[in-house]
Design a protein. Structure first.
Length: 117
């Protein structure tokens, strides 16, 4: 079992930046591929980015490529999502998740990001 807690969300103007953090407890994060998801009001949850256990491999949704950067510090048991050039369409609840056996099994409670135009 691993418990995940996101932080760093908030209200920001379009073009601004935020850094989200996902801190883990219970088990070491280095055991998991980690991902960030988001859910806008009235829309389904979507995968934004993931990072491999070692941090060598990453994936980004086309909508955030070139603007978001995922990273991890396994020593601190924390995963980050640096978000830049934010757009109103980036508004939503952001969740981190840990993957086991190709399934996103553990989830945080989410942190709200609101981008004003």
């Amino acid at each position: 079992q691993v418990q995940l807690v996101e932080s760093g969300g908030g209200l920001v103007q379009a073009g601004g930046s935020l850094r989200l953090s996902c801190a883990a407890s219970g088990r070491t994060l280095s055991s998991y591929r980690m991902g960030w998801f988001r859910q806008a009001p009235g829309k389904e949850r979507e995968l934004v980015s993931w990072i491999s256990r070692s941090g060598e491999l990453t994936y980004y949704a086309d909508s955030v490529k070139g603007r978001f950067t995922i990273s991890r510090d396994n020593a601190k048991n924390t995963v980050y999502l640096q978000m830049s050039s934010l757009k109103p369409d980036d508004t939503g609840a952001y969740y981190c998740a840990a993957q086991t056996l190709l399934r996103w099994e553990y989830w945080g409670q989410g942190t709200q990001v609101t981008v004003s135009s």
